[in-house]
Design a protein around this ligand. Structure first.
Ligand SMILES: Nc1nc2c(c(=O)[nH]1)N[C@H]1C(S)=C(S)[C@@H](COP(=O)(O)O)O[C@H]1N2
Ligand SMILES: [Mo]
Length: 322
């Protein structure tokens, strides 16, 4: 191997050429200014130049803007985020979604909206993506099995999505449902979970500015295994609340039953707020392992978002409402 001395090296030689070009295209496509790249220190996405190369066909999200509430913790790699997943529609092992989710067809896609709202109907994903500027939000995510990741999501506030449908004063909760289609989601031929996967939030949780309608990650449209083409992202709750590949939104007066609570109500509740003081019956919730790290971290109340969300639960017994 020919080793050049430092002064002879240019970035296009250090970084394989194709990646270098890809990255520049990406930065241009994302509408990111040099200043925005500089403030992030390592580039918009922490120097993950390998990102584009791993997914050359992925569609870039144009006009991505930097959103509020981001963490500055080190992000997990694109590989971590897209190969260690829970998506039982494609199998129950963490590596199954990356291996099998290619059968999902995220286009064409529509979402049915129903229940207590002024504008029920069927809405197209292409339109939905244009309803608000798509923001980049770097969130800590915490799974009930005690692993965690830092993910650069792309999306816009769930409130901007839900307001479109004019929920009535009787809408106290919103329920989301995932697609059912055994051809696209072969894991649904097994009774691993009661299909469709369904989840719910109280209206004030859904409208909270931290709650995101997830449309992408790492500046690209959502990979299938992460819940293409649209999903929920709620960073202060355990991962199972963040339902993927949504096809139905229902505004309800009563608390919806969510999949995991239906499965094992002794282990999983409706609220599912990250809470180091309330253990899962079979393991502690007091600490977590960030993917890629060796030492465990102490889990923070509300996953570290307590200053913004604790008031939603004022006066509630979080042991009973777990
Ligand atoms: N439809 C559907 N949504 C789902 C799941 C699932 O199995 N099916 N798993 C949940 C769980 S347990 C977690 S931890 C997160 C994982 O999201 P990620 O793979 O994008 O990190 O998705 C959630 N949403
Ligand atoms: Mo999870």
């Amino acid at each position: 191997m020919l080793i050049k001395k430092a002064p002879d090296l240019s970035e296009s030689e250090v970084t394989p050429k194709a990646l270098f070009v890809k990255r520049r295209e990406f930065i241009a496509a994302a509408g990111v200014t040099a200043a925005a790249v500089a403030t992030n220190g390592l580039g918009l996405f922490g120097g993950n130049e390998e990102v584009a190369a791993q997914n050359p066909d992925a569609q870039k999200l144009p006009n991505l803007v930097k959103g509020p509430f981001g963490t500055d913790e080190k992000m997990n790699s694109y590989k971590d985020v897209t190969t260690y997943n829970n998506f039982y529609e494609f199998g129950t092992r963490k590596e199954d979604p990356a291996a099998y989710a290619h059968t999902l067809r995220p286009r064409p896609w529509s979402v049915v909206v129903e229940g207590q709202c002024g504008k029920p109907g069927t809405y197209n994903i292409e339109d939905i993506m244009k309803w608000a500027p798509i923001e980049e939000r770097i969130y800590r995510m915490r799974c009930v099995e005690a692993w965690s990741m830092v993910i650069p999501w792309a999306g816009y506030p769930m409130s901007k999505f839900l307001e479109r449908f004019q929920p009535t004063s009787r809408a106290k909760y919103v329920e989301f449902r995932t697609l059912v289609d055994t051809k696209q989601m072969p894991g649904q031929t097994e009774p691993a979970l009661p299909w469709p996967y369904h989840e719910g939030l109280r209206m004030d949780e859904a409208m909270h500015p931290l709650t995101l309608l997830g449309l992408g990650l790492y500046g690209e449209v959502l990979p299938n295994q992460n819940g293409a083409p649209l999903r929920l992202v709620v960073p202060w709750k355990y991962g199972f609340k963040s339902i993927k590949s949504i096809v139905r939104v229902s505004f309800t007066e009563t608390e919806p039953v969510n999949t995991w609570k239906k499965m094992q109500s002794a282990e999983y509740g409706f609220y599912a707020n990250v809470n180091p003081q309330v253990d899962h019956p079979r393991w502690s919730q007091g600490s977590e392992r960030r993917l890629g790290e060796f030492f465990r971290r102490k889990t923070l109340m509300f996953n570290g978002y307590g200053d913004r969300v604790a008031s939603l639960y004022a006066g509630m017994d979080l042991r009973r409402n777990y």
